[in-house]
Design a protein around this ligand. Sequence first.
Ligand code: 13P
Ligand code: ZN
Length: 269
Amino acid sequence: MKNIFDAPFMREMEKTTENMYRLGWDERNGGNISYLLDENEVAEYIDLNKVIRTIPTGFNASELIGKIFIVTGTGKYFKNMKSDPESNLGVVRIGKDGTTAELLWGYKDGGRFTSEFPAHMMSHMARLKVDPDHRIVMHTHPTYTIAMNAVCPLDEKEFTKRLWKSNTEAIVVFPDGVGVLPCMVCGTNEIGKATAEKMAKFRLVVWTNHGIYGAGKNMDEVFGLIETVEKTAQIYMLTLGRVQNSIPDDVLKGLAKLWNLKPLEGVLD
Ligand code: 13P
Ligand code: ZN
């Protein structure tokens, strides 16, 4: 068996959580990540026949039976992931009943996966339907994104438009736009279902007064999506009420043409 602390997926989790903390997105235990792993790769590091304990999930994830994820633990601080991954992270497999998770590694101090497990697993199910290469769901609390969302209408087309018009990179990085959910109680199956419904269409979903979800094929893609929203939201907030030059619609259309993009319908004139 190879040493799991050398596994590429472990390194990616450590590096990403470290970066997210460094950027100020993940105060205290804020934020969580789940990463769908390749079974053959995990088998090089963990005995897949040895289940440490079984944890009920409280929802049905039958579409994910047998799938293995590395997931941040509930109440765990991103700033501590790298120094003690075995307490702060867990590798879990969705059990045969679809309503339990089998702990294969981690949560050493008796912990469990993030309280946002419903939103993560339901989002994985939704994204896998539209993108078979989908692997990662990332949730975080970036400051400017939350601030911008608080001063904008909840209309996701309007929110997307304000982002696109603030930074020419925005439409190029997320032509599919940003979904927006109203303020809801987090950590519930209800917010999980609502997030997954948005994820059928969007790779990015804002949770009003809370944070953002991103989904994609790899860490760089998802991190880059959220990073671009946050940078753009920062520009929006720094210029709020004083904008002299926002990006004209014909320039946005020109960018879409140049990069062969299909922008979210109903946003540009
Ligand atoms: P967890 O500590 O349970 O992951 O929760 C953090 C969070 O961001 C809740 O939305
Ligand atoms: Zn959160």
